[in-house]
Design a binder for this molecule. Structure first.
Ligand SMILES: [Zn+2]
Length: 125
């Protein structure tokens, strides 16, 4: 897992969205959580609400090997799934898989704080 992996994924997804896309319901502009295939650009949370669903998805912390399941909002689930997918095709022992699952949670929150900080810098110069 390398630093900037999520940002590379963001750049890749941004290419699939209209320029400067943001959720038409809440303004979220993280390409990782936006769906651009519908007529309306919505984040995963608002897309669920739009479908009349609870904005909650189950996340298997350490894939199927451990029975540890967390309820996450769809937006958070998108980010942590992107982290998991970066390791697709790589197998680890059961314990290492659990530790990586916990690491993904920490990376997800760190990424959120980085993004928040960048937004504040953009706003305040
Ligand atoms: Zn939204």
């Amino acid at each position: 897992m390398r630093d900037g992996g999520l940002d590379a994924e963001r750049a890749r997804r941004a290419d699939l969205l209209p320029p400067d896309a943001s959720c038409e319901a809440c303004g979220e502009d993280d390409p990782l959580v936006l769906d651009g295939d519908a007529a309306l650009v919505l984040c995963a949370d608002d897309a669920a609400i739009d479908r009349g669903e609870e904005p909650v998805e189950q996340h298997h912390l350490a894939k199927r090997g451990w029975n540890i399941v967390l309820d996450l909002t769809p937006n958070w689930h998108r980010v942590i799934t992107a982290l998991q997918n970066m390791e697709r095709g790589v197998t680890h022992g059961k314990m290492a898989t659990l530790l990586r699952g916990i690491a993904h949670l920490i990376l997800m929150v760190a990424d959120y704080l980085d993004t928040l900080e960048r937004k504040q810098v953009k706003r305040h110069g």
